[in-house]
Each structure stands twice: as C-alpha cells, then as structure tokens.
Design a protein around this ligand. Structure first.
Ligand code: GLA
Length: 509
C-alpha cells in the first residue's frame, strides 16, 4: 500500500509523503480481550457535493501496537497506533508525533474523535469499500509546446491555506474586489485561484459541475475578469482530489474543455489519488495528458503541477506544458515548515526560468502563526527563489504589517525580475545563511537570514556578491533606504528569523 499525500480539508493537516517512522508507543498491557483487528467503516462527513466521504480502517492489533491502512475517497495511507484496553490512539501518517484520532471500543462500535469530529466506525460489510477504478494507461511521451505564459513567476491568491473547504462564490468575488482596492492587482497579483472543494458531480454525459457553493462558474469568471483579474481552478489526475471530490481521471479532455468554456485561466493539478493508480515513473505521462488537453482548448491556461516534488518533476515539468511545479510537501504557517520548504529549493534551482518555475507552495504571510520577521523572511525568500507569489491569507482583513509585506514593490521586483534566475545559497553557518540572486540589470539581490533565537548582527560581504565591480546603489528592501558598503562589507542587526535583504548594483553593471 502506498502512502499518498494530501491535505484533507476536515483533518486540516498536511500529509507527508513517503515512509514514516515507527512509533514508540505506550506499553500498558491490553486487557479485556478486546481487539481492534478488522475492517471498520465510518463516515467523517458529507462532502459539499452531497456525497458521503466513507472512511475505511483496516487494522491489525498485535499486543499494544495497531497497524493498518486507512482510506477515504481521496486518500489511502498506512496508519499506526496504540491500544490500551478498549482505548485506541491512531497517529497521523504525515506526522507520527501527532494524534489523528482517539476513542473507545463500545460494544461493536469503534467511537473515535477524529480531528475534533465524532465518528462512529462499525465493522465494514463486504460492500463497504473504496472502489479502485479501471486502469487507464497514460499516453506515450510527446512534448507539449510551451504555452507562452508565466514569463515571470505567477502572482495571485489561492483559497486553500486559510479557507480550505470554506470557500464559495461570494467569498471569491469579495477577494477579487479587495485584490483591486488593496492595490494587490496593480502590484502584480492577478490570479484568483479556487483550490479544492468547488467540485460537484458529473452528469450523465460525464461533464463536471460545480457544487452548490459555486452556482455559476462562468458568471464568476466573467466577474473576476471584469476586475482585470484572472480565475484559477483545481483538479486532480486521480479519480478523487485530496479532499475526496471528483478528479479528472478519464475525463481530462472533457474537463479541460469545461474549464476553457467557463473562462478559467489557471489550473492547479494535484496528484492526490492518482498515486493509488499510477507509479511515480508515470507522473510525466499522466501530467502530459492534461497538458495536451489544455493546449488543445486553445485558451491560454497556466498549468500548475502539484506533485509534492515527486518524480524529479523539475527535469520534465516544461515538457508536459507545466508552468510551475511543486517541489515540496504542503506548507504550514510555521517557521520550520517555511524554511524547510525553502531549503528544498537548493537542488532544483538550475531548472527554474521564464515560463517554468519551482513552486515551494503558497504564501502563509498574514495567517497569524509566524512573527513579522518570519513573514518578511518568507516573502523575501520566495522572491529570491523566483517562486510563485500566491497569497494565502484573508486579504479582506489584512493588517498594515501584512500589507507592507505582500505589497512591498521592491521585494516583488526581485521575484519578478525578467532574468528569472533562482537564488542559490552561497554561505551558511549554524546561525545564518546567505542567498544570492543575479538580476537582469547586472546587479544582485542578497538575503542574509538570522536562523538564531536572538537578534544578531549580520554582514553582507561585497566579495560574496560576485559583482564585476564595487557595490553601488545598495538598498535595504525592507527599510527602503540606501546603504553603504564600508571596507567591503555592510552589517545590520537583524531580529531572530529575520532577513537582511539588499539589492545591490555594481559600477560595471
Ligand atoms: C494537497 C495540496 C494542497 C491543497 C490540498 C487540497 O494537499 O498539496 O495545496 O491543494 O491538496 O485538498
């Protein structure tokens, strides 16, 4: 059984991909003879399209240890846990230290509290299972031509990081309004991207319809376009999205045509349940199928591959018509997650360039769980990394601090620099690291990050900037002030997890 990735809207957690660690569990003996061994069926919730998201737990208990598999419509993964008498604790596959569900065996019922929801599991009947659809072989490899889009990293907003399943037509319209009134559109944020949970059901002809939250997708696209913005949508090459909604499996061309007819300008295509059907060495062919279908619509649609960095996507992303590809697991609004995702960009840096970008996931700026210094580092790093800038906060209620970060035009200019070179990490100590990005005007952007827990004096050495001459026109992009290199260096005190971010030109530049 493969562990596949997703961020479940109800679980609200990020699922890590790959094998996960064995657990050290409580060793209290299991009394009373109860056993959790068996196949259990429960339902966590009704989807927004009216379908019941069945959950199957196939468990085997051995002493206190419980192992097995859990499946929902959109997810299949291994699970481990511990049993103490009639009490069960299941750990999250994506974070073995965090509890996914706890509960008791009461008579024949397994009563679990699953991500704050009470779910009653009963012994599954033979009919209760998650169907695996018939295998559809992917097409032979044939390059999809470049669509001419995303010459600089895409900028916009995406619903997932904050709203998850609580997204609807009215909210998207309000977001579009605020993209204009806040100045975000004019700063370059033009894509308004609806993530998972918009999907309804397929009709008798196989056409996908939105669910009740999006009564008229074409009218919504028209509204978004009337504001000078573009509309993005989400699907999966698998039969189900990560949130268990219908994916495009077997309907790729039909869905691409539907999206084009609605006026969609951007598609995020999320591997999710495709992992239950295809192997990683088939990723390219599977993504190519949708890339070709989008091309055949004749509509310019940015193609965003979301495969968590699987299958060396950076080596073939452009060949399937991809304009950006995920290089990491889902970001969380936490320093460790953000900086970890940035570090994963080091190996893939040579593959970024105009039209095709590494995507360390959407921004968390303004979502409340990082400090101002950390959010500045997040925004600065994403810009140094030529990453897509997709705000993931509630832009209708932004603090001035959040606005100052997201709307910092000098930082945005680093991200959108037409040379399209991704920064590399040029120096590193236990307490700081330096990232350098060459710019189209011959200058550089340099960021030095304070990794420590206390404020620290950080230095940019002119010699590290690899400029053809002495540094000139150096600017601190957070204070918007000119700075001067003295004796070949510039120093400033930077708060914990903050960044000293300079744009520096050269005499010869
Ligand atoms: C995956 C993706 C996320 C988001 C969710 C939606 O976890 O990586 O960015 O799209 O699915 O279910």
């Amino acid at each position: 059984m493969k562990t596949i990735g997703k961020c479940h809207p109800v679980m609200g957690s990020v699922i890590a991909r790959g094998a996960f660690l064995a657990l050290l569990l409580a060793t209290t003996s299991c009394g009373w003879g109860q056993s959790f061994t068996g196949k259990w069926a429960g339902s966590q919730r009704t989807l927004d399209n009216g379908e019941l998201d069945l959950t199957i737990l196939q468990l085997t208990q051995s002493g206190n240890l419980v192992k097995g598999v859990f499946k929902t419509l959109g997810y299949q993964g291994s699970i481990t846990g511990s049993a103490t008498g009639n009490h069960l604790q299941l750990m999250a596959p994506w974070d073995p230290k965090s509890t996914l569900a706890t509960g008791e065996l009461v008579g024949k019922d397994l009563r679990l509290v699953w991500a704050h929801h009470s779910v009653v599991f009963k012994p599954a009947t033979a009919a209760e299972d998650i169907p695996t659809p018939a295998y559809i072989p992917p097409p032979p490899l044939k390059k999809v031509p470049y669509n001419g889009l995303a010459k600089t990293p895409p900028m916009g907003w995406n619903s997932w990081n904050l709203f998850a399943e609580k997204i609807d037509d009215a909210t998207v319209r309000q977001i579009a309004d605020v993209m204009v009134s806040s100045g975000m559109r004019d700063a370059g944020y033009v894509y308004v991207n609806i993530d998972d949970t918009w999907e309804g059901r397929r009709d008798a002809q196989g056409n996908i319809h939105p669910n009740h939250k999006f009564p008229d997708m074409k009218a919504l696209a028209d509204y978004v376009h009337s504001k000078g913005l573009k509309l993005g949508i989400y699907s999966s090459p698998g039969p189900r999205t990560c949130g268990s909604y219908p994916g495009s499996y077997g309907h790729e061309k039909q869905d691409a045509d539907t999206f084009a007819a609605w006026g969609i300008d951007y598609l995020k295509y999320d591997w999710c349940s495709a992992a239950g059907i295809y192997k990683n060495d088939q990723l390219q062919a599977v993504y190519q199928k949708m890339g070709r279908a989008l091309e055949e619509t004749g509509r310019p649609i940015v193609f965003s591959l979301c495969e968590y960095g699987l299958g060396h996507v950076e080596t073939w992303g452009p060949d399937v018509g991809g304009n950006l590809w995920r290089t990491t697991d889902d970001i969380r609004d936490q320093w460790a997650s953000m900086i970890g995702n940035a570090h994963l960009q080091i190996a893939t840096a040579p593959y970024a360039g105009p039209g095709h970008w590494n995507d360390p996931d959407m921004l968390e700026v303004g979502n409340g769980h990082m400090t101002t210094a950390e959010y500045q580092t997040h925004m600065a790093l994403w810009s140094l990394l030529s990453a897509p800038l997709l705000a993931g906060n509630d832009i209708r209620n932004m603090s001035q601090t959040t606005k100052d970060i997201l709307l910092n035009r000098e930082v945005i200019a680093i991200d959108q620099d037409p040379l399209g070179k991704q920064a590399t990490r040029v120096a590193q100590t236990a307490e700081s690291e330096t990232w350098l990005k060459p710019l189209a005007d011959g200058g550089v952007a340099v960021g030095v990050i304070n990794l420590g827990d206390a404020p620290k004096r950080l230095t940019v050495e002119a010699a590290d900037l690899k400029l053809p001459g002495a540094p000139v026109r150096a600017r601190n992009l957070w204070t918007h002030r000119g700075v001067h290199f003295t004796h070949g260096a510039y120093s400033e005190t930077v708060p914990s997890h903050g960044i000293l971010l300079l744009r520096v030109g050269s005499h010869a530049g």
